[in-house]
Design a protein around this ligand. Sequence first.
Ligand code: KG4
Ligand code: ZN
Length: 336
Amino acid sequence: MLVLGIESSCDETGVALYDSVRGLLAHALYSQIAMHNDYGGVVPELASRDHIRRVLPLTRQVLAESGCTLEALDGIAYTQGPGLAGALLVGAGMARALAFSLNIPAVGVHHLEGHMLSPLISDTPPEFPFVALLVSGGHTQLMRVSGVGRYTLLGETLDDAAGEAFDKTAQLLGLGYPGGPALSKLAAAGDASRFTLPRPMLNSGDFDFSFSGLKTAVLTLVRKQGLDQAADIAAAFQVVAVDVLVGKSLAACAHSGVTRLVVAGGVGANTHLRERLTREAAARGISVFYPRLEFCTDNGAMIAYAGAQRLATHRKTSDLTFAVKPRWELATLDAV
Ligand code: KG4
Ligand code: ZN
């Protein structure tokens, strides 16, 4: 089955073609980061307008790169939520209209399901069940995954998401948006042992997270030390954030009796997290699976892949009625 996937939930337009037999055929991405950088964060209306400009050229690009025609498509998947309503509507409107004109089904995909299944776009995918650590700009969750759509929430953040904590800390340290990659780069030049920050909820006995206190601790430190020590503060923050993510993920695996851990979402691109997790998991007999680095952050490939799984059981031809879901709980999805 050949599926076109369209991602437009936030500040990246991603389009990809996934074939359930041949695998990923092509993917293309346009990032709006430079446009939002001046504002220190994503401006929703600008994001929507830019998705409109990019989505058709990117679609033509993946079709040309893969040598496929529109008529060869068996279905179209688009991000239905969660995300920015206006941005989601661009991908959803385009997907539904195209599917209707081609008389093929269209399916709305949950953005986080896309992230969570993205490590499966691989020649050596993990088998079910696994524990998934979802660490994006908007979400931090630990899930037990026993199949597509079979998700049990083990724990989640009570306040800021992990990516948000990286972004806000980066802002306090005078770095640009998005802050995660910049903070991680600065931290590499710092000494993590110079400052001690709290490890929030590391020993809370559950799988929930809290990052807002950590951000306040960084703010207090920045006020006291000034920005001359920014690299050391960045390193101290990163070590603590990673400690908590690693500690809780391994505890969740032990609790669930699962020896496979999947890491997905933008923070999954963090080198320090990857190194620590891989080392400490191996010592406990747990294998860790990551998406390709380019598929940690938002992309169309994960939407095409997740859509292909859902379209396999959902072959209804598309009509033109649709709704996006800016807020949408992952645990409410149907099993495939
Ligand atoms: O999954 P994603 O692309 O978008 C959402 O669905 O939110 O995640 C974006 C988040 C941002 O907060 C960004 O700062 C963070 O992922 N991020 C990183 C790194 N690369 C991206 N955080 C830490 N280290 C990185 N290398
Ligand atoms: Zn995302």
